[in-house]
Design a protein around this ligand. Sequence first.
Ligand code: RFL
Ligand code: PHB
Length: 389
Amino acid sequence: MRTQVCIIGGGPSGLLLSQLLDRAGIASVVLERQTHDHVLSRIRAGVLEYGSVAMLEQAGVADRVHVEGLPHSGTFLALQNTGFRIDFDALIGKGVMVYGQTEVTHDLYDARDAAGGTVIHRVEGTRPHDLDTASPYVTYALDGAEHRIDCDFVAGCDGFHGPSRQAIPKDVLTEYERVYPFGWLGVLSETPPVSHELIYANHPRGFALASMRNPQLSRYYIQAPVDDPLDRWTDDAFWDELRRRLPHDAAEALVTGPSIEKSIAPLRSYVADPMRWGRLFLVGDAAHIVPPTGAKGLNLAISDVHYLFEALKLHYAQGDDSGIDGYSRTALARVWNAIRFSWWFTTTMHRFPEQTPFDQAIQDAELRHLQTSVSAQRNLAENYVGLPF
Ligand code: RFL
Ligand code: PHB
């Protein structure tokens, strides 16, 4: 088989890229390791930046997000059970959209199906080859048979554990990493959200976040040791701990119910540099990971897709390779802003095992400053709602 762009990974970045390319008349094939149902069952991000919604519009997949998404014009921060609000709208005139990654992926699959796009599921042993030549290709197995796709470019949209990044020689790649000494225990429950806006809470017992998917579906997280056995966290134990960490008024209003999903995720910051090697481009989690505190993971994947799409359009429409040559530099500049913001917000909101009284006093001062300084609030709002592409 031959195509112009072979896309490894059918998560949000791979599907969005193929959808945009299709609308620009550029052919692609998406190779996905999991089944369609598995990809759609993953519960992940929940907050879309302003620019991410614009990208979904550009891809022609924004009808549902505008009907079912929840526009949020602010968020609450809390310290020791007392909250204050950051008013995004008043500070910078923009907000975010609460709409689950599962729904974004759903909309993208529907659009690819409607356009007759090729997404091949359940592929095994995917490997890109000859990436530093003008004729790269990708091999994979499906139902025991070996296949090969020849292409002009390979987009590595295969997440943190995929094969694309591994294909870049070790002496070319620089990796930057910080692993945080805790995880997030997340619960999804069919209960009305405790607050109409998100609450990020710093508490002596650890961080907590109250989020949502829709008016009947809540998403909550608490900071927990990453190796805590999940069965230690009965639903009752989770609700009790969440209640202790939220602001008092929210704790009183909390409606609890059975969890329909419960998992612990590790927190890490990671960047691979460069994001392009020869005819391979890394996109989204394949190139970088942020801790979820800033809600940046999915949004960064979408901005990478923006830069790569513009670069490929220039190449095919005008034979101009300046976008391709600049992809890694341009994408990494935005990535590092989000890495910095997510690291800062994580550091400010969580309790660290080794935290000294000095560290604690700095954290308290940081939050008090945010509570009282309009310029500190504007800085947070700008970064949270999303810096321009
Ligand atoms: P994805 O979504 O990981 O998709 C990669 C796709 O590649 C497939 N794949 C392969 N396909 C073919 N051959 C192979 N050898 C392959 N290896 C892997 C995978 O099956 C998958 O379908 O990456 P993408 O598209 O770059 O999108 C990035 C986002 O998914 C990610 O940044 C966010 O979900 C991160 N993230 C969160 N971000 C937030 O902003 N807020 C959150 O609350 C949040 N929670 C999370 C998260 C990521 C999690 N992970 C990765 C485990 C919670 C979790 C648990
Ligand atoms: C979520 O709803 O899953 C969510 C929201 C905000 C975050 C992280 C996760 O910062």
